[in-house]
Each structure stands twice: as structure tokens, then as C-alpha cells.
Design a protein around this ligand. Structure first.
Ligand code: BTN
Length: 244
């Protein structure tokens, strides 16, 4: 049972983007923890202007409105809290030992299961979470078929959407209330300690992800031994092994 996460839920059959609807609702005064869930999104939004494939009843497409008590600068940590909560929920609902790729992708067997998009709306934040649950390879657009996966496709057994949703909201509430999730995040994030390729607007470099600072920025030692601070908003980081 949650205290505030999911205190008010709008369930809709079809929407362009649950993040867009949640942002509009936040402008109208939606309470902390209000949630929008859709069976299908026709224009699901991903990070860096990409689209998020959200076929009907294939996944959990959800946005939650947060009215943060922390300083606005600390909101860079919100995507990390969401990633941890989504990883816990995937494990609770499927038993799978999923991995977190910094900052907030969830992978299983090198395939992306979950995407998270945090957007600010005035003094509120909207956390949009998409979890692939029932897709088989042919259900993804061709360009994603080698990189995307779903919980059922990769575990081979049925997954309860209800368990997933409830576990997600509970974990999110606990991490946000305690606001002390960085140690747990560091333990679960498999990017840390790995060789990475960092793709910035004006170039690409490789190095080793050595740590995470208290703002959630990734610390990467490049090939000249310089420690570089990487913010999620500016870059894409790929593991060198599987290219995801
Ligand atoms: C990404 O990895 O690029 C982020 C994808 C975020 C997708 C979710 S699905 C629910 C919510 N509504 C949206 O339009 N996007 C997020």
C-alpha cells in the first residue's frame, strides 16, 4: 500500500503521450503522486527527442507527477530514483535480475526493457516510465528488434501488470521519501566499473566509468587519464561490449 504514489489514477485506453497528459494535469493542480496510465500511446516520447514504441496492452506506460520537497538542483537525482524503482518492480514481477545502465535504462540480457523520461512542469516533475512486458521480437519496430526486449520475451513466463504497477509505485514512493538511494543505485548500476563510449554533441570518447558523484553525474576516466564529469542530459553512454 502506498501513501501518495497513485493517490489519484487516470487510466486511459489511448493517448498520444502519458507525459504530455500528466504535464497538463500538473498545470491544472494535480496532487503529488497523481498517475496517468495508458493501454496505448500513439506518440510516446523518449529521451533526446526520440519516440517510444508503446503498442496496445504490451507494456506499462505510466507517468507520475511529483511535487518535490528537495531543492530544484537535487532533481537531477530523480531519474536515478525512478531507475532503481523500475528495476525493483521488474524483479518483483518477473524474478529477473535486471541491470541498470546509467542513468536510467533497465536491461536484461543486453536488451532494453525500460525507458524513463523525466520532464519538469513548473515546480512539478513528471516521471514517465515505459516497461516492455509482453512484446515478442516481431512486436518491436524493425530497427529496435536487436536491441529491445520485454519481460515475458526474456523470462519466458507470464508477468502480472498489476504486480508490476503496484511494485513500481511502492518502490518509487519509498525511494523518493527516504531520498537516500545513491548507495543502492551505485550497487545496482552495471555501468560503474565498465568500459564506456560517451557520445557528446561535439564528439565521442571512450574511457572507464569510475564512479557517480552526489548529483548523479557519471565520472569517466578518459584515455588521457582525465576524469570527466558526464551529465545525462548532454550525452549518450554505451557499454562497449553490447553496444546498447
Ligand atoms: C527513453 O528511454 O528514451 C525514455 C522513454 C520513456 C517512455 C515513457 S512511456 C510513459 C511515458 N510517456 C511518454 O511519452 N514517455 C514515457
Amino acid at each position: 500500500m502506498t501513501n501518495w504514489a497513485g493517490c489519484s489514477i487516470r487510466r486511459v485506453a489511448e493517448v498520444d503521450s502519458t507525459n504530455r497528459v500528466a504535464r497538463a494535469w500538473a498545470r491544472e493542480g494535480a496532487p503529488h503522486g497523481a498517475v496517468v496510465i495508458a493501454n496505448r500511446q500513439t506518440a510516446g516520447r523518449g529521451r533526446r527527442g526520440r519516440q517510444w514504441s508503446s503498442a496496445p496492452d504490451m507494456g506499462l506506460w505510466l507517468s507520475i507527477i511529483i511535487r518535490p520537497k528537495v531543492e530544484v538542483q537535487a532533481l537531477t537525482l530523480l531519474p536515478l530514483a525512478a531507475a532503481l524503482a523500475a528495476a525493483d518492480a521488474c524483479t518483483a514481477a518477473s524474478g529477473a535480475a535486471v541491470q541498470i545502465k546509467w542513468p536510467n535504462d533497465i536491461l536484461l540480457e543486453g536488451r532494453k526493457l525500460v525507458g524513463i523520461l523525466v520532464e519538469l512542469e513548473g515546480s512539478a516533475a513528471v516521471i514517465g516510465i515505459g516497461i516492455n512486458v509482453r512484446q515478442q521480437p516481431q512486436d518491436f519496430p524493425p530497427e529496435l528488434q536487436s536491441r529491445a526486449g520485454s519481460l515475458e520475451m526474456l523470462t519466458g513466463h507470464p508477468v502480472s501488470m498489476e504486480t508490476l504497477e503496484q511494485s513500481l509505485l511502492l518502490a518509487l514512493e519509498q525511494y523518493i521519501d527516504a531520498w537516500d538511494f545513491l548507495p543502492a543505485y551505485r550497487t545496482r548500476c552495471t555501468t560503474l566499473g565498465s568500459a564506456v563510449q560517451v557520445v557528446e554533441v561535439n564528439g565521442t570518447f571512450t574511457g572507464t566509468a569510475e564512479g557517480l558523484d552526489d548529483t548523479g553525474a557519471l565520472l569517466v576516466r578518459d584515455e588521457t587519464s582525465t576524469l570527466r564529469r558526464i551529465w545525462a542530459a548532454d550525452v549518450s553512454v554505451r557499454g562497449l561490449e553490447n553496444g546498447v
